[in-house]
Design a protein around this ligand. Sequence first.
Ligand code: ADP
Ligand code: MG
Length: 369
Amino acid sequence: MGSVTVKGLVKQYSDVPALKGVDLNIREGEFYALLGPSGCGKTTTMRCIAGFEDITEGDIYIGAQRVNDVAANRRNCGMVFQSYALFPHYNVFENVAYSLTVRDLYRGSYGKRVKSFARLMSKKLGKPPKELYQKVMDALQTVELDHLAERGVGELSGGQQQRVALARALVMEPAVLLMDEPLSNLDKKLRNTMRTTIRTIQQEIGITTIFVTHDQEEAMSMADRIAVMKDGEIVQQATPTELYGKPLTPFVADFVGSSNIYDATVIDGRQVKINDQFVVHTNGVTENGEAKVLIRPEGIKILREHSESRNVIEGKVTMSTYFGPNIRYDVNVGEATVVVEQEFEPGIPVYDQGDHLFLHIPEERVLLL
Ligand code: ADP
Ligand code: MG
């Protein structure tokens, strides 16, 4: 029903190759994030799935149906945009009722067909039929805005407006919900609340959802699976934990979470010389030669005294930054910089610029990319 399959999707805008062969397999009921920097092709992918763009090459399936030649309004996709796109002169109820009314009028559900959208828009909606009223109120209840049904959308907060936009998409009972950076216009605190709201609603309804964001934390905290995009291509498709623990490329490693990424030389399969500065052992096995190495900052332990165990190196703190729950140290080891993050707990030693310390990098935290 609501699965989405994209095969070899290419989209060329005159001389801009926006998508260069995108493959996606989104399962029914899945919350799927498309993550990538600005300009990598996220919106274009969504617009192709929704049917707002002619595609250059490839196939798109919603459920079992190939929808390449199906018009946007017949694809059964609900869309929510960053810019809400609400009708400013309608109240909350009317905004949600509008598309449903138009669709149902055209399907003949409410008697006489209305000839022009313009007329409907200018007349407002009048008293809605009971069934339509109930559907709209149910959608508003889902987003917890039923008590504000009569309120003009101009008198709502950003978060409330975005919930109206969500209700407006959901009231159509789409097979697939497409959300393009829906939280980008909200302040950080509200964004965090809305993440939970959206995820909870998605799970309750069980609707297949594709969620576009450039914010890795948002993708990691909300999605069942994530596709990381770069320059019109999917670089990796994985669960949040796989993506974090086993990034396939330096780009993914750097984009998802903070990282120490180094040029390295593999000396004998299990020993790696980093930036020509220090040698560590790794669990990973690879051929000798050049490689990229990833060490997550929170995987490094700080020792107060030297220890004879493997993978202990000495360094000097060049910067210490306090982030509430975490402390971050930039540590110079020879000429390489190693970023270390430690959870802050009362009583732990705190280091300042200029302090010497020892770092223990567990072998399993030295990842070869
Ligand atoms: P994202 O949503 O990831 O920021 P987009 O999908 O909007 O990226 O854009 C991908 C690429 O396609 C960009 O290089 C952008 O400039 C280009 N692009 C998008 N829409 C158009 C258009 N209508 N005409 C020409 N180029 C476009
Ligand atoms: Mg975009």
